[in-house]
Design a protein around this ligand. Structure first.
Ligand SMILES: [Zn+2]
Length: 186
């Protein structure tokens, strides 16, 4: 389990707030991006932050998988590799994609741009700490693979920002890369 700043970890009845957490309205909330660790002896929960130095640089284009979408504004991305490099990233940092960096037009609903499980190409816009900040607001950036919510089968590009499931006919919306479906370019 990974928590993002502001995430509820548990209730006060379960655990008391420890390092990198605070209490709000009977719940323990994380102040950092990291992994919650429960200490049963003190009945406290701490969050071990991700504070490694990213080996990824600003301007790098990366391939990642959407592992969480926090409506309305944030998606968490597991970075798989740097685009066009054969090797996978040794120490894989996480990235965050804020709604304002998805595309150049204003977005009303992040869920119409990306979804859990999508594979994306993104550009690193801030690498000073983990999670690095990502953007997809260029033509070559965005979703390159997505799966049907009903069938879990790969969606095909339909038109503009629409994808279609050839099995059930479902249409889904995404911020699509011009390389959608092109596994050869990653
Ligand atoms: Zn389907």
């Amino acid at each position: 389990m990974i928590t993002i700043t502001g995430d509820k970890i548990c209730t006060l009845e379960e655990f008391l707030p420890g390092e990198n957490t605070y209490e709000y309205d009977g719940e323990v909330i994380s102040t950092v991006v990291g992994i919650p660790l429960k200490d049963f002896s003190t009945r406290k929960v701490h969050v071990k932050p991700f504070n490694e130095i990213p080996i990824i640089k600003e301007g790098d284009k990366v391939v990642g998988k959407i592992v969480d979408v926090k409506y309305p504004a944030i998606a968490l991305v597991k970075i798989i590799k740097i685009l066009n490099k054969k090797r996978f990233v040794a120490s894989i940092p996480y990235g965050v994609l804020y709604v304002g960096n998805i595309k150049n037009e204003a977005i009303i609903d992040i869920r119409k741009e990306i979804a859990y499980g999508d594979i994306i190409i993104a550009k690193v816009i801030y690498a000073g700490k983990v999670p690095v900040q990502l953007a997809t607001n260029e033509e070559d950036l965005g979703v390159i693979y997505a799966y049907c919510y009903n069938c879990n089968l790969p969606l095909k590009h339909h038109e503009e920002n629409k994808l279609i499931c050839e099995n059930c006919g479902r249409i889904e919306l995404r911020k699509i890369s011009k390389y959608y479906g092109r596994g050869d370019i990653i």
